[in-house]
Design a protein around this ligand. Structure first.
Ligand SMILES: [Mg+2]
Length: 292
């Protein structure tokens, strides 16, 4: 399996696992107790969400073109949305993606019009970026430029773009078996995302995950700078153990499908699904496409 496909499998698993902890499926108190006890969610089917749908779009474009082409990527995102709009997309994407389906060539102006002309600074570009980082892992400069191109199609705001760069670089470093946190901060453009990563460097790995998420954010504010630092910290805490990394991330709660998708995509770029319990693998919704 290629590093990018490994990353995608981990991203989708994290997305589906993380989604189980939302209040829609269990009361917050029960979720807290079960995560602390490391009790596997009992539902027989764990569905992946928008995070995985968009990551699949990125890999489709990379498979076809060998690099990010922005208009085809806009079209790929729009087609995934059109095929199943109920995958938990955020407000901005519900506005943008139907427009991109009609006029994918207008992605630049349409993406910029979101949120009063600021563009989105949400998690959407970060949550789908890990497989791209794994794809280009042997060239970190290219990881940064390609992640930027992939983000701009939907997230024009510099914070949204910085989140994608950070996650893609983390996944590339994961494939390369290099330490993550400081190196990711060093390659992330000046931004609140970068500030958060620099704070994450100072949080020892002995820290309880819930406390780390208090310090770094857990995605509750649905912004890249509130989401990416904790998810990357969790990945760096368990670089060779996908299951432990996902439990750590889940303990932060917040936007937990997205934080787990980010962590899963980074760690699995190295580990694949090795060590993941069989009952997790049975429950997760499978991915379309080849498993090469
Ligand atoms: Mg989601």
């Amino acid at each position: 399996m290629t590093p990018a496909r490994r990353s995608l499998e981990g991203l989708a698993l994290g997305d589906a696992f993380g989604e189980r902890w939302f209040p829609l499926f269990r009361e917050p108190r029960q979720a807290y107790d079960e995560v602390r006890a490391r009790r596997t969610p009992e539902e027989p089917e764990w569905h992946w969400t928008d995070d995985t749908a968009m990551a699949l779009g990125i890999l489709r474009v990379l498979d076809e073109h060998g690099e990010i082409r922005q208009e085809p990527l806009a079209r790929a995102f729009a087609l995934s949305y059109d095929a199943d709009p109920a995958r938990g997309y955020g407000h901005g994407m519900h506005q943008l993606l139907p427009l991109l389906l009609q006029e994918p060539h207008r992605w630049r102006e349409l993406a910029r019009e979101l949120f009063g002309g600021q563009g989105s600074l949400g998690n959407g570009a970060a949550m789908r970026a890990a497989p791209l980082g794994a794809w280009f892992h042997d060239d970190l400069d290219r990881v940064v430029t390609q992640a930027t191109l992939s983000a701009e199609v939907t997230h024009a705001h510099p914070e949204g773009i910085a989140g994608a760069v950070a996650v893609a670089v983390a996944a590339a470093l994961s494939v390369r078996r290099e330490p993550i946190l400081e190196a990711v901060a060093a390659r992330t453009p000046e931004s609140a995302v970068r500030e958060g990563l620099l704070r994450a460097v100072e949080v020892p790995f002995a820290t309880e995950p819930w406390r780390a998420s208090d310090l770094l954010g857990n995605g509750q504010r649905i912004r890249a700078d509130d989401t990416v630092p904790f998810a990357v910290w969790s990945a760096a805490r368990h670089p060779d153990d996908l299951t432990s990394a996902l439990w750590t991330t889940a303990e932060g709660f917040g936007d937990v499908d997205t934080t787990c998708a980010i962590t899963g995509g980074i760690v699995a770029a190295r580990t694949g699904l090795d060590g993941v319990p069989q009952d997790w693998l049975r429950r997760r919704e499978p991915l379309p496409g080849p498993r090469n």
